[in-house]
Design a protein around this ligand. Structure first.
Ligand SMILES: Nc1ncnc2c1ncn2[C@@H]1O[C@H](COP(=O)(O)OP(=O)(O)OP(=O)(O)O)[C@@H](O)[C@H]1O
Ligand SMILES: [Mg+2]
Length: 244
């Protein structure tokens, strides 16, 4: 197994004295999907920023041996660029050969099911479609590791569940690794091999839950007794921490 990222006993204190992350270790391997849940303000986004290299830990280390793409809750599309031009943007900035940009852009747009809308502008798209464009833009960069910060939080439940399923299929095709922050326990359990539960700030990994389901997951899984049991178990861990 190729290890994509390894965070060892990392702590992070901001300049104003706030300790956001305390003595946290985690690793993600190729093909592995790891979700992070935890109370608001516990340091999830900060942990992703540490993983991406945007910030460095005050103590401890971050070993990254993978190219990384960040996907945020806001799709951050350029309003004057078509879907296709938005997806191509990062590749253009990297000065990649135009024929290669064309190939990768078309393939990513196809993967997220937006081929019929490739020439539309962002304002002509629904929220779910915009999120797909944002995902395609990251996919086109062919990263080994994705960092997701609540990417589907602004979507309705039905769209979100559909995108969860699509994301699983896409990531399996690419065999990339993912670190995925979410407030939805069901989303974390449905997508992941492992769910990390963070404690309130200063955040650290309080518990790691292995998700026993096979890689082949359908929407019906969400209505099974075992799924409900795992979600309930994670929810009670979170509730317990809130009342500490
Ligand atoms: N630049 C900064 N300077 C000082 N404190 C910060 C900075 N950025 C974040 N914080 C603090 O660090 C803590 C963790 O913030 P972070 O954004 O990582 O939380 P989060 O778990 O992602 O929360 P949410 O679930 O609401 O998105 C918070 O208390 C926040 O106020
Ligand atoms: Mg956050």
């Amino acid at each position: 197994m190729t290890q994509l990222i390894k965070i060892n006993n990392a702590s992070l204190q901001f300049a104003d004295g706030t300790v956001a992350i305390s003595d946290t270790s985690l690793q993600v391997e190729q093909g592995e999907f790891v979700a992070i849940v935890g109370p608001s303000g516990c340091g999830k986004s900060t942990l992703l920023r540490l993983a991406s290299g945007l910030i460095s830990p005050t103590s401890g280390t971050v070993e990254r041996s993978a190219s990384v793409q960040y996907v945020f809750q806001d799709s951050t599309l350029l309003p004057w660029r078509t879907v296709k031009k938005n997806v191509a943007l990062n590749l253009e900035l990297q000065k990649i050969d135009p024929a290669e940009i064309e190939r990768r852009t078309n393939s990513a747009i196809d993967l997220v099911g937006l081929s019929d809308s490739a020439n539309k502008l962002p304002r002509q798209l629904s929220g779910g479609m915009k999120m797909r464009v944002s995902l395609a833009r990251s996919l086109a960069c062919e990263p080994q590791l994705f960092l997701f910060d609540e990417p589907f939080a602004a979507l309705d439940e039905f769209t979100r569940e559909r995108l969860n399923l699509e994301l699983r299929t896409i990531l399996q095709t690419h065999n990339s690794g993912s670190l995925f922050v979410t407030h939805s326990i069901a989303e974390a359990v449905f997508l992941s091999h492992r769910v990390l539960i963070m404690s309130p700030r200063p955040g650290t990994i309080a518990r790691s839950v292995d998700i026993p389901f096979s890689t082949d997951r359908s929407q019906e899984l969400r209505y099974s007794a075992e799924f409900a049991e795992i979600c309930g178990d994670i929810a009670s861990s979170l509730r317990g921490m809130a009342h500490r």
